[in-house]
Write a protein that binds this ligand. Sequence first.
Ligand SMILES: [Fe+2]
Length: 274
Amino acid sequence: MLDIKPMAGALGAEIRGIDLSVTLTEEDFLRVRKLLNEYQVIFFRESGITPENMRALALSFGPVQAHPAYETVVGFPEITILESKPEAPTKIEAWHTDMTYSEHPPMATMLKSVILPPKGGDTLWSSMTAAYDALSPRMQKFLEGLSAVHDFAFGFKESLAEPGGSERLADAIAAHSPVRHPVIRSHPETGKKAIFVNSLFTTHIEGLRREESDAVLSFLFEHVKTDEFTCRFQWGPDCLALWDNRCTQHRPINDYFPAHRRMERITIDGDKPF
Ligand SMILES: [Fe+2]
């Protein structure tokens, strides 16, 4: 029996009744896809999902991507490890959409909890369709048709500033020139419009003076974290989160230092935002 527990007004639902510990039937996969379109981020507790099944589920959506800056799970080059340890705490704190420095940012991200801190470490998501809908028609019209620049080096500036960071990331930076995406994108499946700039990777809006771009972006970066657009997930053992990266942003809450936390992630190829 499919059991859906919505978590907030704008997005997010916990799902029971779909067994991720086995290869999904076509019918169950279509259910997952429909739930993702409806809730934008969905969660499965005590999922029992193995790396093989995580990869298989990701591949049901489409080809998967590698990440230039992270280690991967042995035997699974497409599963990246996101780890925070006392000697190497995580540095990502800003609200963001994953990997928007790519020409084709992921359509979705799957994240599994492997090692959890004793307390803290929740993650927030925000609906970018709700954030777009809440703008005045005048502001929507102003933003549509504008493009913004997204830059890998800007997103990883703290890592670059570390000793040895610029050497470690040199190849990744060389492979990722800044890219341009629309400030407002359309969702290819639902047709909904969504805000598509984020404070981690977006450097500026083209065609505006720098002061104007800074002012518009700082308004949008504040706007996207409005409580009413968000949901918050408290991780438990073996949880799987699956979010639509075309219409959401997320932020990890780094309140567990120096505890150890390890997550495993797969990102699924997306289209060129339009
Ligand atoms: Fe992320």
